[in-house]
Structure formats: C-alpha cells, structure tokens
Ligand binder design. Structure first.
Ligand code: PLP
Length: 433
C-alpha cells in the first residue's frame, strides 16, 4: 500500500498553530500567510508530494519574504540612461529634498506669504526662467504629457504642421502621430522624410493651422541628403499667429559641446519657440517629469487647460526636480553632482581603473567597451569605456540577476561584461561573483 499524499498533508489551520506559522502571521499578516499556505498546499497536492509541516512552512516563508517588486539594481550595461532600469539616478541633494517633503507636510499648493492657496505650477517658474531665458515654465508628469498638453492647449481642434522626417516613434509605442491625435489637433504632414523646406511649411498653412511642431529625432539620425529648416526659420514662418512648439526630447540645460552634441533649451527659446518641452529624467538627470518653458502667454494657456490637472506632477518628483534644477545654477556643481552628467563626463582612464580593481577582485579580464547615453538620446554618441569580463555567459548573467542587489549585465560572445561607466565604486563593492 502506498501512502495517500492528500491525507498526509497538514491543514492550513494546523500550520498556522505552529511556532513558525505564528511567527509568519506576526510578520506578514494573517491574510497573506493563509493565502500563501493554501497555495503551497495546493502545489504539494498537485505534485502528489508528501511534505512535512516544517518543509511547507519553509517554502511559504521563503515566498512571503521575497524582495519588493520594484527594487534597486546595479546597472552594469554601460547604458547611462537606461529606460528599463529607471533612467536617471538622482543627485544626493535631490534625494534629501524628496525625503524632507515626503516625511511631512509641504508648501505644494500653499503660499506662505498670502497664508492661503497657492499653485504647484509656480514652484519652478522662476528657476526655469533663469536657466532657459524663457518667460515662464512648469513641470508635468513626463515629457509625453508635456507634448500632449502643449498641443492640446495651442492647437486642439485645429491643424498642426510637422515634417515627415519627425513623425517618429520614441519607443514603447510612443508615436508622435498618436499623441497628436489624442491632443485633438489634426496632423498635417509637411515635406519628405529626408528633406523639408521652409516653403513646404508655408504651402501647408490654412485658416485651420494653429501650430508648428518640431520634434527632436531622439533615437535615430537620418544622414546623407537631408535638410530641415532651423528653429529660427520656423519661428519666422509661424510669425505671431501660429504657436511654435519644440519637443527637445532629452533636452539639455548646459551647453557642453565637448561632451554632448545637444543644443540647450535656451537655444530654442532664443530662436523664437513659444513652447519648449523636454524630459526630467533623461540628460537632465532628475526625476520623471516633463518640463515646459516658453512665453508667459503660451505657458498660461498650458496651465489653464483641463488636461493639466490630469497630468500634474506629484510632490516627490517636484521636490527632486527643484533640487536638481538648483544644481544647474552652477554648471560645475551640476557636472560634479548629477550622476548622469558625472557618468558621461568621467575620463575613460578613471573608468579603466575601476574596471581593473573589479577584475582583480572577481578574477575577470579587462575589456575595452563602448558605453552609450541611452534614453533615446544621442544615438550616435559612443563613450570609451571599460568592463570586467567574466567567463560564464547567459548562465552567469542570470545568476548575477538573482543577487542582492541584482546586477544587470551584458553578454557578448559568451562573456559577461560588467561595464564600469555605469557602476560606481560603491556599486562595484556590492558585486559578488
Ligand atoms: C523621450 C521623448 C519623449 C517622451 O518623454 P518621456 O519623459 O519619456 O515621457 C518625447 N519626445 C521625445 C523627442 C523624446 O525623446
């Protein structure tokens, strides 16, 4: 006779009454423990396994004690702004500001001078003006929201002109034509994929035209026989009648020709754009946000649009963004303290030293690599970098992902590459083979 595994399994109640069961309830709450024990028992039953109380409780404890779903990882990919890995790490001062605002009440919508209601849209206006030369500015949930809001506020119900070379998909299904459709504005395509002229824009203007949208070709480049009018030329076409919107995508606040081939937001304002928008967590190095700067009139329309309420920024992001933007008042400070800019600007020699140390500790081999900016920014920019290369391929890469903290690495020709441009000294110390 064989034992009946079903009859031999303990009941949920019996498991709860054990010492270990009580300890689990204490830590995770009764509901969660009961559900987990049921699931574990069910699995044992389905597998026809005879399991003792201790074993079942251990399995349940292991699963209940799982790390959170959203957790810190180490980025060993060499992609600095990695959208899947949360884009930009925050500067120390930004993290502190978030802590302060999160821990208590704040002036989110309170005016200390008046002693009454204020607007969350006002916190960044002066700072953004001084950093970009714009008359006014605000931040919303992200740059996709910023583009949508700018279009809805200036061109809802009318037509928007955009070059065929700029009808792009940024990634993860974010397509400019779809955003346009959602804004209530009608898309009017101008020119061709590789060439669009000022005359193409002029020809397309009708009584219904409300705006011209220029979109930064974030994640690709068209090279060869190409031409697109500059923003100043488009400002002339727009005159005072049409709104000129410039979606910079990543956006930069500093002019860093040695580091980045990316004109700063100030250049778009100077060229005559009415509204300029860009992300908070790409090259800016702050939290997820969409930043909108422009003329007082255009920014005012954006603020008053009903969608602004649905796309507003939360207080924690706002706190991090203000602290990050404050760093930009002193460019040297921004370059030294904002992690994204620090990673970008770090001399390859220093990355090499870090990779060599990691190699010595893990028994790896030094490998020259190419790091990338990522985040749909500067697709052609390649940064000299160095990695610690380990034998072990996909299997080792999977093992590293199971570590605490998990390490996300690249596998190339059967070797795991730990790229040190995106790993700090402290990160490296946490990697265990
Ligand atoms: C990334 C990007 C966006 C979207 O920005 P999010 O902050 O990710 O919402 C919009 N436009 C361009 C050109 C971009 O590069």
């Amino acid at each position: 006779m064989t034992a009946n595994p079903l009859r031999d399994l303990p009941s949920v109640d019996a498991l709860l009454r054990t010492r270990a069961g009580e300890a689990l309830v204490e830590e995770h709450g009764r509901q969660a423990v009961v559900e987990m024990l049921r699931a574990v028992l069910q699995e044992a039953r389905a597998a026809g396994k005879v399991a003792d109380q201790e074993g079942l409780l251990e399995i349940a404890a292991g699963r209940l004690g799982r790390p959170p779903s959203l957790r810190r990882v180490l980025n060993a990919t060499g992609v600095i702004i990695h959208t899947n890995l949360g884009r930009a790490p925050l500067a120390e001062v930004a993290i502190e500001r978030v802590g302060e605002v999160a821990a208590g009440y704040s002036t989110l919508e309170y005016d200390l001078v008046v002693g009454g209601r204020g607007s969350r849209h006002d916190h960044l206006s002066d700072l953004l003006s001084s950093l970009t030369g714009a008359e006014a500015g605000l931040a919303v949930n992200n740059n996709a929201a910023a583009v949508l809001l700018c279009l809805a506020a200036t061109a809802g119900g009318g037509e928007v002109l955009i070059s065929r070379g700029q009808l792009i998909e940024i990634g993860d299904g974010f397509r400019i034509p779809d955003i346009l459709a959602q804004s209530g504005a009608r898309l009017v395509e101008v020119g061709t994929t590789n060439r669009t002229s000022v005359a193409d824009y002029r020809k397309a203007i009708t009584n219904e035209t409300r705006a011209i949208l220029r979109v930064h070709q974030s994640n690709f480049r068209i090279v060869g026989f190409t031409a697109h009018p500059g923003l100043a030329a488009l400002a002339e076409v727009a005159g005072g009648d049409l709104a000129l919107i410039d979606d910079l995508g990543s956006g930069a606040l500093l002019d860093l020709p040695d580091l980045l081939d990316e004109p700063p937001a100030r250049a778009s304002i100077e060229a005559g754009a009415d509204l300029v928008c860009f992300s908070g967590d790409k090259l800016l190095g702050g939290p997820q946000a969409g930043i909108i700067v422009g003329t007082a009139a255009a920014v005012g329309r954006v603020k008053r649009h009903p969608l602004a309420r649905a796309m507003r920024i939360d207080k924690l992001s706002l706190a991090a963004l203000e602290a990050t933007l404050e760093l930009y008042r002193n460019p040297a400070q921004a370059l030294a303290q904002i992690p994204v800019l620090r990673s970008l600007g770090e001399p390859a020699e220093r990355v090499r030293e870090r990779a060599e140390r990691l190699c010595r500790r893990l028994g790896g081999e030094l490998a020259a690599t190419t790091a990338k900016v990522g985040g749909g920014a500067l697709p052609l920019l390649e940064l000299d970098s160095f990695a610690c290369a380990l034998e072990g391929g996909d299997e080792l890469a999977a093992q590293l992902r199971e570590g605490d903290p998990p390490v996300i690495a690249r596998v190339q020709e059967g070797r795991v590459l730990l790229d040190c441009r995106t790993l700090s000294d402290e990160d490296c110390d946490l990697i265990r083979p």
